[in-house]
Design a protein around this ligand. Structure first.
Ligand code: AMP
Ligand code: TRP
Length: 333
């Protein structure tokens, strides 16, 4: 049985990279897999979150999943903190994973920055909790953006070591990353060498799922470019990260390949191209954003979806965490 697990942190500023790199792909996958989609609020607090804003972001991410077309009845949408077994398994994995493995994680280095001594212990152990999310349900496939590949490899190493150490061959499956689509790494609108992120101090660097049409158009108009016209082949994008990013976003939003998009705009200036890109972005995002607004005005419905999802997730997790505790040797009297 193939089972999918994926997650998004409730850290605010849900953006186009989250949509194109993650949520949009989930909508396709739900036809062929049994899916759990999680708002990972426990991961969110690895960096400081204002408590009221955290609740609002959790609802916003859930609303985005629903508005994008995830079927919460057929599949499961829930927030991580409502299923305590995530934390229980994460502790066990803290004792399986090796310091040396975590020391190699580039996301920790990026997020902790220069002041590593002051980063939370949770930020360091973050990948162990992520492995717990996935393996608690014995998920086999994990659709994510490019940036999560290293964490997925760590989850596989943890699964393998647990299976070996406890002599339970094949207990945990080794989860496969699914990194696909044309937008596995959407870059900042202000710097084509940096990924679009929720935490970039510049709001102009990202298109968020709550931006209105004028704001989307303005951000695209102000996006960084270079002075050259657009190239007529992919080789011509070398050394032009901003052009590559904007064309990539167009390709993803229009469901065409990068080559087709390059052919369509070959020789054009950025002015004309940006106008087309803004129109397309607004046309594609507007229906989802409208639905998100409707859902955010009906918090009771979003909360009911999360509550129902959490109940079903707990029911799936309970026998598995019980077996894990038995395997580890925890006495249950
Ligand atoms: P996060 O916002 O870090 O919780 O990420 C949630 C999901 O969005 C993960 O699958 C990420 O890989 C994906 N993601 C985040 N940023 C980007 C980006 N700039 N481009 C593509 N995918 C992204
Ligand atoms: N670490 C992921 C991110 O920031 C979010 C996440 C947490 C996740 N747990 C997960 C993704 C489990 C996939 C599977 O993007």
């Amino acid at each position: 049985m193939s089972r999918i697990f994926s997650g998004i942190q409730s850290t605010g500023n849900l953006h186009l990279g989250n949509y194109l790199g993650a949520v949009r792909n989930w909508v396709q996958l739900q036809h062929d897999y049994e899916c759990l989609f999680c708002v990972v609020d426990m991961h969110a607090i690895t960096v400081w979150q204002d408590p009221a804003a955290l609740k609002a972001s959790t609802r916003e991410v859930a609303a985005a999943m629903i508005a994008s077309g995830v079927d919460a009845k057929k599949h499961i949408i829930f927030n991580q903190s409502q299923v305590p077994a995530h934390a229980e398994l994460a502790w066990i994995f803290n004792c399986v994973a090796r310091l040396g493995w975590l020391n190699r994680m580039t996301q920790f280095k990026d997020k902790a920055g220069k002041n590593r001594e002051n980063a939370s212990v949770g930020l360091y152990a973050y990948p162990n909790l992520m492995a717990a999310d996935i393996l608690l349900y014995k998920a086999t496939h994990v659709p994510v953006g490019e940036d999560q590949k290293q964490h997925l490899e760590l989850a596989r190493d943890i699964a393998q070591k647990f299976n070996n150490d406890y002599g339970v061959e094949d207990f945990f499956p080794l989860p496969e990353p699914m990194i696909f689509g044309t937008a596995t790494r959407v870059m900042s609108l202000k710097d084509g060498t940096k990924k679009m992120s929720k935490s970039d101090p510049s709001d102009l660097s990202r298109i968020t799922m709550t931006d209105d049409a004028d704001t989307i158009a303005k951000k695209i108009r102000k996006a960084k470019t270079d002075p050259e016209p657009l190239p007529d082949n992919a080789k011509g994008l070398e050394g032009r990260p901003e052009a590559a990013n904007l064309l990539g976003i167009y390709a993803a939003l229009s469901d065409t390949t990068l080559d087709e998009t390059i052919a369509k705009f070959a020789g054009e200036g950025f002015g004309t191209f940006k106008q087309h890109l803004a129109d397309l972005a607004v046309a594609k995002l507007d229906p989802i954003q409208g639905e998100m607004r409707r859902l955010m005005a009906d918090i009771g419905h979003v909360d009911a979806v999360l509550k129902d999802g959490a109940e079903r997730a707990r029911a799936m997790a309970e026998p598995i965490i019980a077996e894990i505790k038995e395997t580890v040797g925890f006495l249950n009297v």
